[in-house]
Design a protein around this ligand. Sequence first.
Ligand SMILES: Cc1ncc(COP(=O)(O)OP(=O)(O)O)c(N)n1
Ligand SMILES: Cc1nc(C(=O)O)sc1CCOP(=O)(O)O
Ligand SMILES: [Mg+2]
Length: 222
Amino acid sequence: MARIASGDMKERLAVYFIMGSQNSERPAADVLKEALDGGVTLFQFREKGQGALKGADKEALARQLQHLCRAYGVPFIVNDDVELALAIDADGVHVGQDDEDARCVREKIGDKILGVSAHNVEEAMAAVDAGADYLGVGPIYPTSSKEDAKEAQGPDVLRRLREAGITIPIVAIGGITAANAKTVVEAGADGVSVISAIASAPSPPTGAAAALAEAVRAARTR
Ligand SMILES: Cc1ncc(COP(=O)(O)OP(=O)(O)O)c(N)n1
Ligand SMILES: Cc1nc(C(=O)O)sc1CCOP(=O)(O)O
Ligand SMILES: [Mg+2]
């Protein structure tokens, strides 16, 4: 299989939902199914933080959520855990600046999707050089979903990356909602990545996912 084309990746980033069992009191599979019904275009399994599953339990949940994503034709990305991604034949991996080196990850995963977090132009250029298929840039706005999140940068960081000549797909992350999605897409993001805007939305989160999809669609056509 060939590497994903940049244009296809940009489409896939429209509504990128991230979740682990720690992000909802409801069963993760129920939340994910309802979010997929609302139009989620990419999913990341991020089993991390207090109460996160480990070992065989983590793998079993990953396989259950992967099965759901497959039924909807939505790629399944694993956060941090390259070995798990390979063991279950996930569609890709997302790593940050403090995780396994992106170039090593690319060598291990071949043509699978590689996402890399970047906070500035230097990190973005290094990620492109290492073979990233997309960049996750944030936090754009304050977030309470990541324990060690950096200070919010605002949408200007997206403009700076584009002005510096970064053309690969970018997804904005951190405090994104349907109300501010337009602002980040207009600043240079191809899509939005969220935890709480979907995982903490009133049940079922189908409408919340649909509202994000509509906000990104409307911003892209302007
Ligand atoms: C799409 C996307 N962007 C950024 C991140 C953050 O990755 P990282 O900095 O490695 O932090 P953790 O998520 O691992 O805590 C992400 N996961 N996804
Ligand atoms: C997983 C993650 N990474 C971030 C980064 O800045 O790299 S912010 C974040 C959490 C995003 O959750 P919410 O949509 O609830 O703000
Ligand atoms: Mg990480």
